[in-house]
Design a protein around this ligand. Structure first.
Ligand code: AMP
Length: 544
């Protein structure tokens, strides 16, 4: 017997329509690419998204056509999220930090028809245009006054396009499984792989993100997504903020600690979201200036492992609740969020911080299993390691037009293989030990590079640290610790090792320490371990 309930499609247009109608006077604030702060409301954002929908339709964009963006987090990018997907077209966010060859591949693979470009990225698009034959129009995301001289073919001005259109538009209704947006991940080898989200997956992900155990946005929040809108749709924040009717603040191109902290203070941000390097920048700024973040109640950090020291600093020095999230582009991205349970309330602060340092509890909708190296399902005992496999309504079930990548990424039962090596403890918290390719195999034992990095990050002279395995004649691989010292500090190798001695087992201690001015990061802020392995391939460990 079928239930007698309405079968209404879950569509992205419903989110902006809801926010426009019921949170119409709630503000969206942007630090623009042109410079000044821009403010308007959800009601205006909805109206302009409809003008954009009319403009896209006039340019010949229809169901399933791909429209790319090369843009920072601003209100115009927000409008593209709704105006493109809302008409059934597919918004393809390009990450401008990727290599030109990857950008060439992605636009051609996606067969993008239009590229919408922020002023900052016009020179990049000009360089790429000859390699992007499918692109018929470029829309520069600015007004007539700031429109640059450009060699881009068929360059249009965004504000002029919108001004020519009426705000009347009825969002079309279609199957909720229709593709809505496309985001590529760039592995270190091979071509980028596309995750093609649907309206259904996106709306369900937003609803799940807004539950109290997950991110938990509400009408009382003022949200600052520092995570770029070109990386997994800024973790879905533009959608979930509209779902919650929360105030949104977009940081534009300025992502340094001072700019981010000043914006949080000026706009009364209650909830910030970003990768660890962004929060490190903020903490350094606060430390140098002695300032505090008066309005911020919570931050969410994820994308790579979060140092325990950072959690303790936010919680204790600044009184800000620190949440860690784990996820992947292939998962929209949210998989787990780390919060202590009710039963942990009586624990000492340090024990509660240790719980927050785990990647967290799976949110409802994301099913997890750990497949041990013997192929058996690992128990939730907090020690048995294995690869994390997941499934759920916002997890991909294949890569976009890429059979080889799809074949490699799923197990025989159709679960997605994350490539993350984890343990799950008896309370259900997932803890990442390492990426399977970064774990250091030393004499039959495993050393988690994340554990060592985490331990050394607590040293007051350390700004950033990374650990890689180097070949070793006796032990197979041994760890090399690479450290960026804080400005004005000059720690020694010996001091680093001494500091780690009571935090790690003897065999986990790095065999050598090198100091570098900076550690290379990839297009999404993650430490580029492949680059580090390349840089240090000639390095001889003193123990080898
Ligand atoms: P991406 O698809 O680029 O977002 O990368 C996803 C990968 O980032 C995951 O498979 C993890 O290896 C890593 N990652 C994401 N969040 C965390 C986290 N909280 N702690 C450790 N690693 C993380």
């Amino acid at each position: 017997m079928r239930g007698l309930m309405m079968d209404r499609p879950l569509l992205i247009s419903g989110l902006i329509e809801y926010a426009g109608e019921y949170h119409g006077d709630t503000e969206l604030v942007s630090r623009t690419v042109e410079g000044p702060i821009h403010r308007y409301t959800y009601a205006e954002a909805n109206r302009r998204s409809k003008q954009l929908a009319n403009a896209m339709t006039r340019l010949g964009i229809g169901m399933s056509d791909r429209v790319a963006t090369l843009a920072w987090n601003t209100y115009r990018h927000f409008e593209l999220y709704f105006g493109i997907s809302g008409i059934g077209a597919v918004m393809h966010t390009l990450n401008p930090r990727l290599f030109p060859d990857q950008l060439r591949y992605m636009v051609n693979h996606a067969e993008d028809r239009i590229v919408c470009v922020d002023l900052t990225f016009v020179p990049l698009a000009e360089k790429m245009a000859a390699l992007w034959p499918t692109v018929k129009h470029y829309i520069v995301l600015t007004d007539r006054e700031h429109m640059p001289q450009t060699s881009l073919p068929n360059a249009l001005c965004y504000e002029e396009l919108l001004a020519a259109e009426k705000p009347e538009f009825t969002w079309p209704s279609f199957d909720e499984n229709t593709a809505s947006s496309l985001c590529y991940t760039s592995g270190t080898t091979g071509n980028p792989k596309g995750s093609l989200y649907s309206h259904r997956s996106t709306v369900l992900h937003s609803m799940a993100a807004c539950t109290a155990n997950a991110i938990g946005f509400s009408v009382e929040d003022c949200i600052l997504p520092i995570v770029p809108m070109f990386h997994v749709n800024a973790w879905g924040v533009p959608y979930s903020a509209a779902f919650a009717g929360a105030k949104l603040v977009f940081p534009g191109p300025k992502l340094d600690g001072a700019s981010v902290c000043e914006l949080m203070e000026a706009e009364g941000v209650t909830f910030g979201l970003g990768v660890p390097t962004v929060w490190l920048g903020c903490l350094q700024y606060l430390e140098q200036t002695g300032k505090r973040l008066g309005t911020v109640k919570r931050v969410l950090c994820g994308g790579s492992a979060v140092p325990l020291a950072m959690i303790a600093t936010f919680q204790e020095r600044y009184g800000i609740e620190f949440l860690q999230g784990w996820g992947m582009t292939e998962m929209s991205p949210l998989g787990t969020v780390s919060r202590p349970k009710r039963k942990h309330a009586a624990l000492a602060p340090s024990a509660r911080h240790a719980i927050r340092a785990k990647q967290g509890l799976p949110i409802f909708g994301v099913e997890c299993k750990v497949v041990g190296f013997d192929g058996k399902i690992a128990p939730h005992d907090g020690v048995t390691r294995g690869e994390l496999h997941v499934r759920g309504p916002w997890v991909i079930d294949s890569y976009y037009k890429d059979e080889a990548a799809t074949k490699a990424a799923f197990d025989a039962d159709g679960w997605f293989k994350t490539g993350d090596v984890v343990v799950i403890d008896p309370d259900g918290y997932v803890q990442i030990v390492d990426r399977s390719k970064d774990v250091i195999k030393s004499g039959g034992e495993w050393i988690s590079s994340i554990d060592v990095e985490n331990a050394v990050m607590a040293h007051p002279d350390v700004a950033e640290a990374a650990v890689i395995g180097l070949p070793h004649p006796k032990w197979d691989e041994r760890p090399l610790l690479i450290v960026v010292a804080k400005q004005g500090r000059s720690p020694t190798s010996g001091a680093m090792i001494d500091f780690l001695k009571d935090k790690l087992a003897k065999w986990q201690l790095p065999d050598d320490v090198v100091f570098v001015p900076e550690i290379p990061h990839g297009g999404t802020g993650k430490i580029l371990k492949t680059r580090l392995r390349e840089m240090f391939k000639e390095h001889r460990l003193p123990t080898a």
